[in-house]
Design a protein around this ligand. Structure first.
Ligand code: C2O
Length: 583
């Protein structure tokens, strides 16, 4: 009798354990809490590709620690800078309602955190759920200073498949050299950056790179179970294709907003974007028990780039049939599902097929009417070399990038602080052009016949609280056409339209999707084309808008919005925190 009840007790316990494991994420209906984290920015010796070097990390981890919170939580992250360089951290995609001081981009919302000092980022995660990420927002430090930022929902996921486990997958890049040093060289000579030495999955390059078989991402799965992959593109220079051999995936969320599920053999994810997919381990593995997981660039630019592939594995748990057989690393590392690097058709289809979930619970809040339309070119420039400089960009000129021919210069104190303190430093002005300075065939330009010099400045657009804004991003053919991932801080936007060629202000708006356009924080503007985004400027503060290809940000492909306070306190920016760093 006793034995029986013990047995009964144990089977109950088993059920509970299984149920808990299956119950990902940790749903919680309890009141919101404060989650506290300590981030030490510090050097750590790391070896990849037979190269050992001091790598900039948070808490010695590469990639950095995962931040996991619940929707509604107050988050306090104390960042202590233990290096002799400046730093800041940005919570990419977190809306930062009224807490612009905690957004992180250096010289936009704060002065850098100097070596030996700390700053506590204090914000509340409101009305967002899903996968985002955090990264350093100073020079090229985000090459290694980044990690997942997961927001668990208060309500169950709106998809039915029971999720067995969740797997963060951070796609990144590894340099054998110090990325920040490389960036300062590049800026000094107006040249392009060295491309990275490897792509990585969770910091691991995988078997196609030298000395890297031991540094290979492997995830154990159980046949028949469904997994939620939280895919983050933390790379600096490349849009990426990602796929798992022989398996399809269902996209269910992008940039922490739910989508209508759709099934695909691969995804395209730009730097700054995140994509959640459901993957069911429904295949029969060969004797290796493994399936290839891989990522490689989607390439549109003509400049030299890293054309390699990062490979990892899904390893099926030993089934009876496999027991006793020795498991070898598969010799075939090919992945039929992974698009070719030039596959613009795949990238375009992926872009076109994304839709907001637009359900009663999660309605699509796209502005149907707009108060203002800003049309801006995005592209590269070649700048005449200043007399006192050596320039090693094309034709002994220096590479630059711009929006509406304005190459953004970061001010010497933070934009937000100057604006808030009403300090008229003369360092910035409110006259960012709302349309291109001259109309031409943007995507068909012969660069050598055009005047390529941009203007330098810190020009912003000031918006009344609540403005329904449309921004049309028009790629140019200066130097080359290219897919640009444009990221907006402090707001999500809706991608209401897009296409190849030149935007037509008369015709194109007729084809906008104002019903269920995808909601994101980063849009991959089609190479040689345009994208129209809409947002409600309901977050007072100073918000950086920039290309998430790091070299383009460095070259000035950026601008900023200043959103004014609304009519009440609850629509106004909070005062700056006591420990806000000064310049
Ligand atoms: Cu992910 Cu301004 O950055």
């Amino acid at each position: 009798m006793e034995g029986l009840s013990l047995h009964y007790f144990f089977s109950l316990l088993m059920v509970t354990i299984v149920a808990l494991e299956g119950l990902a994420p940790p749903y919680s209906s309890t009141a919101t809490t404060t989650k506290i984290f300590q981030f030490n920015v510090e050097w750590k010796n790391v070896t990849r590709l037979c190269h050992s070097r001091p790598l900039l990390t948070v808490n010695g981890e590469y990639p950095g620690p995962t931040i996991a919170v619940h929707e509604g939580d107050n988050v306090l992250i104390k960042v202590t800078n233990r290096i002799a360089r400046n730093t800041t951290i940005h919570w990419h995609g977190v809306r930062q309602i009224r807490t612009g001081w905690a957004d992180g981009p250096a010289y936009i919302t704060q002065c850098p955190i100097k070596g030996g000092t700390s700053y506590t980022y204090n914000f509340t995660v409101l009305n967002q759920r899903g996968t985002l990420f955090w990264h350093a927002h100073y020079s090229w430090q985000r090459a290694s200073v980044c990690g997942a930022f997961i927001i668990y929902p208060r309500m169950p996921y709106p998809f039915s498949a029971p999720i067995h486990a969740e797997v963060p997958i951070i796609l990144g890049e590894w340099w054998n050299v110090d990325a920040e040093m490389m960036a300062s060289e590049m800026m000094k000579y107006g040249s392009g950056p060295n491309y990275s030495d490897a792509y990585t999955i969770n910091g691991l390059p995988g078997p196609l790179y030298p000395c890297s078989v031991k540094d290979t991402f492997t995830h154990l799965v159980e046949r028949g179970k469904t997994y939620l992959l939280r895919i983050i593109n933390a790379a600096l220079s490349d849009e990426l294709f990602f796929a798992v051999a022989s398996h399809t995936m269902a996209v269910v969320e992008v940039d922490a907003t739910y989508t209508k599920p759709y099934t695909t053999r691969a995804i395209m994810v730009t730097p700054g974007q995140t994509t959640n997919v459901l993957l069911t381990a429904d295949q029969i593995p060969d004797s290796s028990g493994m399936f290839v997981v891989s990522a490689r660039p989607y390439r549109t630019s003509v400049f030299p780039f890293n054309n390699s592939t990062t490979v990892g594995f899904l390893r099926y748990k030993m089934t009876k049939a496999l027991k006793g057989k020795s498991l070898n690393t598969p010799t075939n590392l090919a992945n039929d599902n992974l698009p070719e690097m030039e596959n613009t058709d795949f990238a375009r289809d992926f872009f076109v097929r994304l839709r907001s979930l637009a359900s009663t619970e999660f309605p699509c809040m796209v502005p149907k009417q707009i108060d203002k339309r800003v049309i801006t070119t995005i592209g590269l420039n070649l700048q005449d070399c200043p007399a006192n400089k050596i320039c090693t960009g094309l034709n002994n000129k220096s590479f630059l990038a711009s929006m509406n021919n304005q190459s953004f210069v970061r001010p010497s104190t933070s934009l937000l602080e100057s604006y808030y303190m009403k300090r008229n430093t003369g360092e910035y002005s409110f006259d960012f052009p709302e349309k291109p300075p001259k109309a031409f065939n943007y995507t068909g330009v012969d660069p050598l016949k055009e005047n390529m010099n941009a203007e330098f400045g810190t020009k912003v657009i000031e918006l009344e609280y609540g403005t329904n804004l449309e921004m049309v991003l028009q790629d140019t053919g200066f130097l080359n056409v290219e897919n640009h991932p444009i990221h907006v801080h402090g707001h999500n936007f809706f991608i209401v339209g897009g296409g190849f060629g030149n935007y037509d202000v008369e015709k194109d708006p007729e084809n906008y999707n104002l019903v269920d356009p995808p909601e994101r924080n980063t849009v991959g503007v089609p190479s040689g084309g345009w994208a129209a985004i809409r947002l409600k400027a309901d977050n007072p503060g100073a918000w950086f808008v920039h290309c998430h290809l790091e070299e383009h940000t460095s070259w000035g492909l950026a601008m900023a919005f200043i959103v004014k306070d609304g009519s009440t306190e609850s629509k106004s920016l909070l005062p700056p925190p006591q420990d806000l760093p000064s310049c």
